[in-house]
Design a protein around this ligand. Structure first.
Ligand code: SF4
Length: 396
C-alpha cells in the first residue's frame, strides 16, 4: 500500500488498444482485455463479479480500481411513433440528449458529442444555448452502451451477441460539433466499429459536421466513417449567416475536403443536409445554385458525389425562422432530382417529445420539467398550427 488513493478509472473511457494497455499495467495478458471488452460492450455488464470467465483475482483487482459508468438518465420518454429520447446528466448542471429512432429494418441512435455547441448555427436550438464543454469518451460511448442495453431490457432481449441487436446504425448528429471534440469522438467511433464491442460497419456509422475542414482530413486518416455535412446554403454569403463556421472554412474549401474524404470513405458519396427555411434558402434559384455547387464546385470544377437530405425546419420561436411549406420543399427537391441528385426529405420523428432535429436539448435549463415542456409544445402548436413539428413524407 502506498497510502495514496487514486480515483478509479472508468473503463468506458478506453478504446480496444487502451484496454489492452490497461490490462498490461495490471499484469494481465491481452486476451483479458478482449474478455473484459465483451462483457462491457456486448453484455452490458457494469459489475465485475458478473464477469464469470475472468479470474477471481482479476475481478477483485478491478473492483478496487475501475468502474463502468455511463451518464445517468434524468428522463426517458417514448414518442407515439416509437422514438425514444433520454436526457442524460453529464455533471455540473449540464445535460445532453440521446435519441433512438426505430424504423422497419433498422434502429438508429443519434449521439451527442458536446454539451452545448460553439458553432451557433442560426436555425439550431442547441447552438442558442452556447457551449458548455466537450464530452469524454465514456460520456459518448456510454450513450450507445446505455441505450442498447436499456432497449434490450425493455423488450426482454438477452444481452450478448446472440440477442437481437437494437441499434444497427449510429449518427453523430446530436448536440455539438463532433469534429471540435475530435479525440474522444474518434476513440468512441473505434469502439463502435470493434468486433469485440458493437461491431458496426463503417457504412452504418455516420459523422455529421458543420464543416471543420482540417478535421475532415484527419478523420479520413484516423477513422473514416460515413460523412454527412450540414450544408444549409448554396452560396458563401448565405452560409456565412446560417453557419458561422463558414467564414473560416468557406464552401470551396469544404467541397474540396469532401472530395478528398471520399478516397477513404466507406460510401462513395457525401450526404449533404439542408434545413429548409421559409424564404431564406428554399427558392428555385437556391436549388439551381446548389446543383451548380455540387456538380462543378469541387477542385478544378469537378463534381462532388453526393446525396441530399432535405430537413423541414422545426421552428422554435427564438429563431425567428419558419419551415418551408411542403409544396416549396417538393419543388426544391424536384430541381435537385431532375439534375440527377439523389434527394430525400427527412420525415420528422419524435416531435411530441422534442426529439425532432434541431430541438435537441433545447430545454436543458429546464430539464426536469417535462410536463411544462409538453405544455410549451402545445403552445407552439397553437401558434404555428397543428402540424408544428410534423411533416408529411414527400417522395421525389
Ligand atoms: S447545427 Fe450542429 S454545429 Fe450548428 S449549432 Fe447546432 S449542434 Fe452546433
Amino acid at each position: 500500500m502506498t497510502g495514496l488513493m487514486t480515483a478509479p478509472v472508468n473503463l468506458l473511457d478506453f478504446d480496444p488498444a487502451q484496454l489492452v494497455a490497461y490490462c498490461d499495467s495490471l499484469g494481465e495478458k491481452p486476451f483479458r482485455a478482449k474478455q473484459l471488452q465483451r462483457w462491457i460492450h456486448q453484455f452490458g455488464a457494469s459489475q465485475f463479479d458478473q464477469m464469470t470467465d475472468l479470474a477471481k483475482s482479476l475481478r477483485e483487482k478491478l473492483a478496487t480500481r475501475a468502474v463502468v459508468v455511463a451518464p445517468s438518465v434524468i428522463s426517458d420518454h417514448t414518442s407515439t411513433d416509437g422514438t425514444r429520447k433520454w436526457l442524460l446528466d453529464v455533471g455540473q448542471g449540464n445535460a445532453v440528449e440521446t435519441v433512438f429512432i426505430p424504423e422497419e429494418n433498422r434502429g438508429t441512435l443519434c449521439i451527442s458529442t458536446q454539451a452545448g455547441c460553439a458553432v451557433n448555427c442560426r436555425f439550431c436550438s442547441t447552438g442558442k444555448q452556447g457551449f458548455s464543454r466537450n464530452l469524454t469518451v465514456a460520456e459518448i460511448i456510454g450513450q450507445l452502451w446505455m441505450a442498447e442495453f436499456e432497449l434490450r431490457r425493455t423488450k426482454g432481449i438477452e444481452p450478448g451477441p446472440k440477442g437481437e441487436r437494437q441499434i444497427t446504425n449510429v449518427v453523430m448528429m446530436g448536440m455539438g460539433e463532433p469534429l471540435l471534440n475530435f479525440e474522444p469522438t474518434v476513440t468512441a467511433l473505434k469502439m463502435m466499429l470493434d468486433d469485440n464491442a458493437y461491431g458496426l460497419s463503417r457504412r452504418r456509422v455516420t459523422l455529421s459536421t458543420s464543416g471543420v475542414v482540417p478535421m475532415i482530413d484527419r478523420l479520413a486518416q484516423e477513422c473514416p466513417v460515413a460523412l454527412a455535412v450540414s450544408l444549409h446554403a448554396s452560396n458563401d454569403a448565405l452560409r456565412d449567416d446560417l453557419v458561422p463556421l463558414n467564414r473560416k472554412h468557406p464552401l470551396r474549401a469544404l467541397m474540396a475536403a469532401c472530395v478528398r474524404y471520399l478516397d477513404y470513405a466507406p460510401r462513395d458519396f457525401v450526404t449533404f443536409e439542408y434545413c429548409m427555411l421559409d424564404g431564406v434558402n428554399d427558392t428555385d434559384e437556391h436549388a439551381r445554385e446548389l446543383v451548380a455547387l455540387v456538380q462543378h464546385g469541387g477542385p478544378g470544377g469537378m463534381a462532388v458525389p453526393c446525396k441530399f437530405n432535405l430537413i423541414p425546419f422545426n421552428p422554435f420561436p427564438e429563431s425567428g425562422l419558419l419551415r418551408s411549406k411542403n409544396p416549396r420543399i417538393k419543388a426544391f427537391s424536384q430541381i435537385l432530382f431532375d439534375a440527377g441528385i439523389v434527394t430525400t426529405v427527412r420525415k420528422t420523428r419524435g416531435d411530441d417529445i422534442d426529439a425532432a432535429c434541431g430541438q435537441l436539448a433545447g430545454e436543458v435549463q429546464d430539464r426536469t420539467n417535462v410536463q411544462e415542456r409538453m405544455q410549451k409544445m402545445a403552445g407552439y402548436k397553437k401558434k404555428f398550427g397543428d402540424d408544428f413539428g410534423r411533416i408529411v413524407e414527400i417522395s421525389t
